[in-house]
Design a binder for this molecule. Structure first.
Ligand code: CA
Length: 231
């Protein structure tokens, strides 16, 4: 099945270049020039992924991303943000909005297609299959269960959410503030220290199964979940 990709971009040159690259990669592009028309297009047909320009006339790409994440129907649509170079410093703001990845303009069509494929692969692992395996660990989101090999792992609710987030977003480093947003929903009443507490508990949960090493501390940056041992 061809992937249906919605491009939300007001600059015709970029829009056309992206649409061309998508078609060449056997994907099916559609485009909207602003957030409002994007919303009505999404309501008609849910795309497999949205390429979302940061700076749009009217509602910004970031605000649209936030809205999509709040709505049950659109929450799971993968979003890749297209940003201009000067907007890079606002990346954290984009991560807060639940954006899956970034591509900074100017980008090559090849880079863009690679990112799209990676994001779709990742989101499919978490949604359609319902179960994800990394190393000996397996999480079954439908049953809300965790397994290490064939042993069932007893895990607390917050540790489960944390593990689920990490297993659906492996190989990337997340700062405490980002984990707070993603796992705790950005509650202002939760301190960053809380993240460390639950990371510690999650490691203790995984330790008897020799899986605690999957959850790596990246000094000065945050945490990463990876099947590849930390250097
Ligand atoms: Ca723009």
């Amino acid at each position: 099945m061809q992937k249906h990709i919605l491009i939300v971009e007001d600059e015709p040159a970029i829009r056309d270049m992206v649409a061309f690259a998508l078609r060449k990669a056997d994907m099916e592009p559609a485009h909207a020039a602003d957030a409002r028309s994007a919303q009505s297009m999404i309501a008609e047909r849910v795309p497999d992924l949205i390429l979302l320009d940061w700076m749009l006339p009217g509602m910004s790409g970031l605000d649209l991303a936030r809205r999509l994440r709040r709505d049950d129907l659109t929450r799971a649509i993968p979003i890749i943000m297209l940003t201009a170079r000067g907007e890079e410093t606002d990346r954290v703001g984009g991560l807060d909005a639940g954006v899956d990845d970034y591509v900074v303009k100017p980008f090559s069509p090849r880079e863009l297609i690679a990112r799209i494929n990676a994001v779709i692969r990742r989101s499919r692992g978490s949604d359609t299959e319902g179960s994800i395996a990394i190393g000996p660990l397996k999480i079954d989101s439908a049953a809300h269960r965790v397994y290490a090999g064939d042993q069932s792992v007893s895990i607390g609710p917050t540790e489960y959410r944390l593990l689920h987030f990490f297993m659906t977003h492996p190989e990337r480093v997340y700062a405490r503030s980002q984990l707070l947003d993603y796992v705790w929903g950005g509650s202002v009443y939760v301190e960053e220290r809380t993240v460390d507490v639950h990371i510690r508990r999650l490691r203790q949960t995984l330790e008897p199964y020799a899986c605690d090493g999957l959850l790596q501390t990246v000094r000065g940056a945050g945490y990463r979940f990876s099947a590849t041992p930390a250097a």
